[in-house]
Design a binder for this molecule. Sequence first.
Ligand code: BJW
Length: 225
Amino acid sequence: MRRIVVLTGAGISAESGVPTFRGADGLWEDHRIEDVATPDAYERDPDTVLAFYDARRRALASVAPNAAHRALARLEGAIGDDLLIVTQNVDDLHERAGSRNLVHMHGELRRALCLACGRRPGWEADLLDRPGCPACGERMLRPDVVWFGEMPYELERIENAIVAADVFVSIGTSGAVYPAAGYVALAAAFGARTVELNLEPSDAEVPFDESHAGPASVLVPAWAD
Ligand code: BJW
């Protein structure tokens, strides 16, 4: 059985109506990164940061998985745990499509992180209302997302899977943010075939064995089915 690791980025959710980060109409056209996605920004001005993430969490209610998320869920249905999806996305569209063997390396909008007890409860309400941690009552809950300078989640599990993979597929990511941007080089070094499915060729650290340009909703079902 072939072992496959799929790395996804904002581009896979773009056709569902979730904005990407960089480029025209990207989220960071309207917000400076350092004003919303760093621990310093949260310390300096928590309300602006919480409002930014509250708005994005609310927006999840009006989007749905697209053909690319569904194709990956079907592939997991066919090959089970030989497929690991590593997503940089904080939306929940892979889960809603039916994927289960999934790592959210940059966290999840639908979780909060308690700064007092470290728990990560599932979360739907606005954090700007200072609701308090359900476990310990602490009022400073932050979104459970990984900001610049913070350690992404489950790196060891991800790296072990990439080292053991026969195929590594990168979908809808610009390759601008590490450590995820380094995974194609790791996969290639350990002998995986590397495939890119992206609207345009990305700034990859090493060239992919195969690179296909186009929308994820077309390329991913064509590759996965
Ligand atoms: C489509 C499409 C369609 C559009 N179909 N495609 C070297 C090594 C290690 C670290 C660093 C390093 N150099 C610098 C660092 C530090 C830093 C970093 O990478 N900085 C760079 C700016 C250089 N990294 C960190 O701080 C990370 N932590 C860390 O490194 O810890 C220490 C460590 C050291 C060594 C090893 C391991 C760890 C943490 C990074 C956290 C990133 N957080 C964010 C915000 C999350 C919360 C939120 O959502 O607000 O994560 S930043 C943002 O960028 C978000 C994304 O997940 C991430 C990646 O963006 P993505 O998904 O690629 O989106 P875009 O918009 O850039 O690209 C979309 C792509 O889709 C484009 O190519 C389009 O063409 C395409 N597309 N429509 C197909 N329909």
